[in-house]
Design a protein around this ligand. Structure first.
Ligand code: PMV
Length: 333
């Protein structure tokens, strides 16, 4: 028998970058999930099979040994090693684990892939030892893995992936969960260009240092949009959500985090009937999101694909981390 655990990715609807300074960000769990299968080992190794990402290897005393793919890829897997080991330490068990990772969340494009994989890893390992950890504990342990990749993450990604649903995050107020009783579809356009969140945050900080007063007023406006955006989302007012997304995108463009490709996808979406479109996450590549009335959605998706980009339809999901025992060999590959 082995354990299967899954956890959702996320998208930022409003407030990226401004949230680094003040004001809320509004974040949604989406129905694209990371899947981790876990089984026990007799030794103390953490073996990670990420074959569908092109690499596999194991950690022994935190040193990575590549089995498939380039050795430097171990960097990408270090977070899982940390998440798995911290979980076993927390449970007071001395063991090794096999982890098999299969994710439907594209990597490094702002959709919370690494957090979802860390959350699913903790979820799988804690179930493997029948620990019954609370979601708070799972989220906290996953955060320790995330820290390896992102340095100082806000904690939003692991929280939304663990609990699912909608949340808002503000530096001073922390994380708040919100109830949205029905689902709502969004279109994601993926430029396929990977980017570094840290670099984008640094470029905004540099712009702010050169233009403090103007940047302050832009950041305040973004915070205002995110606050109203949360109300519009909870009221399911799609037209207003669209207006606010468009405004938010204009300001993200103003602070230099958009790209020609993101602009092209945002304008393509609007031209094809989207009520609103904006980049999501750190920018500099990665993804954009759009909302449209049901009858326009296909046209928007097709138009994005014609721009040599990927397009997916996603729904908000209330399903956070989940785990179950399954027969060995029943894992999808
Ligand atoms: O692209 P992501 O999902 O890494 O989002 C980054 C969000 C920022 O506001 C740009 C940074 C942050 O830490 O909040």
């Amino acid at each position: 028998m082995q354990v299967e655990a899954t956890a959702p990715g996320k998208m930022i609807l409003f407030g990226e970058h401004s949230v680094v300074y003040r004001g809320p960000a509004v974040v949604l769990a989406i129905d694209r999930r990371a899947r981790v299968y876990a089984s026990r080992r007799d030794d103390r190794k953490v073996y990670v099979d990420a074959d569908n990402l092109g690499f596999s290897g194991y950690f022994e005393d935190d040193v990575y040994h590549s089995v498939r793919g380039k050795a430097w890829r171990g960097r990408n897997l270090a977070a899982l090693n940390v998440a798995a080991k911290k979980t076993m330490d927390h449970l007071g068990v001395e063991s090794g684990v096999n982890l098999k990772v299969r994710s439907m969340i594209p990597i490094a494009v702002g959709l919370g892939s690494s957090a979802a994989i860390c959350v699913a890893t903790v979820g799988a390992v804690e179930r493997l030892f029948d620990a019954g950890l609370s979601k708070e504990e799972i989220s906290r342990l996953a955060f320790e893995g995330e820290t390896i990749i992102h340095g100082k993450p806000s904690g939003v990604d692991n929280t939304v992936s663990t609990f699912g649903g909608v949340l808002s995050y503000e530096r001073d107020a922390g994380i708040k969960h919100h109830k949205l009783d029905s689902s709502m579809p969004f279109i994601i356009g993926n430029t396929r260009k990977k980017r570094s969140t840290r670099k984008m945050v640094e470029s905004v900080a540099a712009l702010k240092e050169r233009n403090p007063a103007l940047m302050d007023s832009i950041i305040d406006s973004m915070g205002g949009i995110a606050g109203e955006g949360l109300d519009a989302l909870l009221a399911k007012d799609i037209r207003r959500i669209g207006d606010l997304m468009n405004m938010n995108h204009g300001l993200l463009s103003a602070i230099g985090v958009s790209t020609m490709k993101l602009e092209s996808l945002v304008h393509t979406a609007r031209q094809n009937g989207a009520l609103g479109a904006k980049l999501t996450g750190a920018g500099g590549g990665g993804c954009m999101i759009a909302v449209a009335e049901e009858e326009r959605m296909r046209a928007v998706e097709k138009a994005i694909r014609r721009r040599k980009s990927d397009s997916y339809r996603v729904q908000l999901t209330d399903r956070g981390v989940e785990s179950r025992w399954i027969e060995e060999g029943n894992a999808d590959s």
